[in-house]
Design a protein around this ligand. Structure first.
Ligand code: HEM
Ligand SMILES: *[C@@H]1O[C@H](CO)[C@@H](O)[C@H](O)[C@H]1NC(C)=O
Ligand SMILES: *[C@@H]1O[C@H](CO)[C@@H](O)[C@H](O)[C@H]1NC(C)=O
Length: 503
């Protein structure tokens, strides 16, 4: 009986807390949707119906005049959803010191390697980790790493000729094989064998890390909303098996190079070691393995998603594909058919098409920032003063709804039309800052952008030099987004066919 009363009491307390929370914003005079107990405004997400980024987009749309909206995340946690691009700039750029951390609930009790990843690291650790990684992505370093990309492009070309031909293929799977092999080679000088082996370590790793599975919804919820749920399911961002594998394999590469006294390798691992030695610091193997895991985790999936969505858009917009083909032919004939970094840089229309792809299909539908220093909210509606001064507490979540901004007709007219011309130099100059957020903005903007674009462009050029892409019968049109994953993934895959261009 007492046990029963205690359970009842706990439920009552949780409900009461949740209901009290749901008046948090109205008590301060901030407008927004009403939160329901437990679910807040995230009902459709929590029942596995709609990706979290799309739920943010729904809320964004219902207050078209506001610069931000007071909303409730899971368990009625109050959060601010940013709306206009000026306000996004305030948070991501101008007042960055008040919002230094990303919202990702990863526990240092369960894993340590992931805290070398700038995306996850906080405070000073973030600053150090980021500053060690950024020099890997200067134009010169990306150029030096290009031979790794070119070699992998040859493998990709052979694989398509020998194993795909005109059969339907799943584009993300094909592109992930390619980007994974590029990263394995460019980061550690290893052959990922994604094209030749179904059971290579790297292939298995991808399955562990990124495939949507029956636990995706629970894991995404633990990562983005409920640290306590993470404790309950023992959530790890990098599964233990993968961490062990990384230590073994990278440890081996490091010790081989030490033994052979060989520092001639042109890969990120070597440059990291060189940079440490040049600064007179000892080479701390843990951090090196940490950086290597960052390169792997951040390096392949976003680019593979970008490439596969670009192929999809080319398939459904043949007139754009034709322009891309023309540019590729022109530039490649200038470089006598040799794929090099300079050639890739010259393909500005292809680059604009990739930006446009990221606009329509951003890999992260929303970015989340923690308020790290109290922040005073400006007026919620232009010209209407707030009832009272509202000071946001530390720890409050600010949502940057990337997908919603990218699909807002006020920011991008005819938002569902695929039009690379939006990213011509002139149009880019005229647009508001923070309207395009495919790589984020401000001091935490993606440091790997240059490399990600280079590998994506090179892979696409390899495919489109010889082929046209078309959608196959299996392909959903428009694409549906998987409702449960952290990164944007197509629900049923992106199914396409190659047709030789000279037919
Ligand atoms: C085309 C491919 C890529 C896309 C679309 C992409 C997108 C993004 C986005 C949206 C963010 C969050 C930025 C923010 O919070 O403002 C990010 C962060 C990051 N990306 Fe990328 N990325 C790509 C490729 C890469 C590559 C190739 C690497 C490295 C190998 C990389 C490493 C990182 C890191 C380390 C961060 C965390 C930065 C920080 O918080 O300081 N990314 N990326
Ligand atoms: C390794 O090679 C460098 C030059 O390539 C040389 O200066 C150094 O003495 C060598 N170290 C060992 C342990 O052989
Ligand atoms: C950001 O934080 C600083 C330091 O706590 C504070 O002085 C400043 O007023 C904050 N910015 C806003 C807009 O509230």
């Amino acid at each position: 009986m007492i046990g029963f009363l205690m359970i009842l009491g706990t439920i009552f307390l949780i409900l009461f807390h949740s209901i009290w929370n749901s008046t948090y914003w109205s008590r301060q005079g901030i407008k927004g949707p009403i939160g329901i107990p437990i679910f807040g405004n995230m009902f459709k997400y929590l029942i596995g119906k709609r990706q979290y980024g799309l739920v943010y987009e729904d809320i964004y749309k219902s207050y078209p005049k506001a610069s931000y909206i007071g909303m409730y995340r899971v368990m009625n946690e109050p959060a601010i959803l940013l709306r206009d691009t000026e306000m996004i700039k305030e948070v991501m750029v101008k007042n960055f010191p008040n919002f230094t951390d990303n919202v990702l609930y990863v526990s240092d009790k369960r894993e340590d390697l992931i805290f070398c990843n700038p995306f996850v690291a906080k405070g000073d650790k973030w600053r150090v980790m980021r500053s060690e990684l950024v020099p890997m992505f200067t134009p010169n370093k990306v150029k030096l790493s290009f031979p790794h990309i070119a070699t992998t492009c040859k493998k990709l070309d052979l694989f398509i000729t020998n194993f795909i031909g005109d059969m339907p293929f799943e584009a993300k799977d094909l592109c992930a094989k390619y980007t994974l092999d590029v990263v394995a080679s460019a980061a550690y000088g290893l052959d990922g064998q994604s094209f030749t082996s179904r059971t290579s370590d790297f292939t298995k790793l991808v399955k562990e890390l990124f495939m949507p599975n029956s636990l995706s919804l629970v894991q995404t919820t633990a990562l983005l909303f409920l640290p306590k749920l993470g404790d309950l399911i023992n959530y790890r961002y990098i599964p233990t098996k993968v961490q062990q594998w990384l230590f073994t394999i990278i440890g081996k590469v490091i010790s081989q190079r030490r033994k052979a006294n060989d520092s001639s390798n042109g890969d990120f691992l070597q440059w990291l070691i060189d940079a440490k030695e040049k600064a007179g610091e000892s080479v701390d193997e843990f951090t090196i393995v940490g950086h290597c895991s960052t390169l792997l985790i951040e390096g392949f999936e976003t680019s593979a998603a970008l490439m596969s969505f670009a192929l999809y858009e080319f398939a459904v917009n043949p007139h754009i594909q034709k322009k891309v083909h023309e540019e590729i032919d022109e530039v490649m004939s200038k470089y006598e058919g040799k794929l090099c970094y300079e050639a890739v840089l010259e393909m500005t229309y292809l680059e604009a098409a990739l930006y446009e792809t990221l606009r329509l299909h951003p890999p992260m539908l929303a970015l989340l920032k923690h308020c790290t220093k109290p922040f005073e909210l400006p007026a919620q509606f232009p010209g209407v003063k707030l009832r009272e001064k509202v000071l946001i507490e530390e720890g409050t979540v600010f949502v940057v709804p990337v997908q919603a901004v990218h699909h807002d007709p006020v920011v991008f007219p005819e938002p569902h039309k695929f039009n690379p011309d939006r990213f011509s130099e002139e149009n880019k100059r005229q647009r508001a800052n923070c309207a395009f957020l495919g790589f984020g903005e401000g001091p935490r903007m993606c440091p790997g952008m240059r490399f990600g674009l280079a590998q994506s462009k090179a892979g696409l050029v390899t495919m489109l030099m010889k082929y046209r892409v078309q959608t196959s019968a299996k392909c959903a049109n428009p694409l549906e987004i998987s409702p449960t994953t952290f990164l944007t993934t197509s629900r049923n895959g992106v199914w396409l066919c190659f047709k030789p261009r000279n037919l």
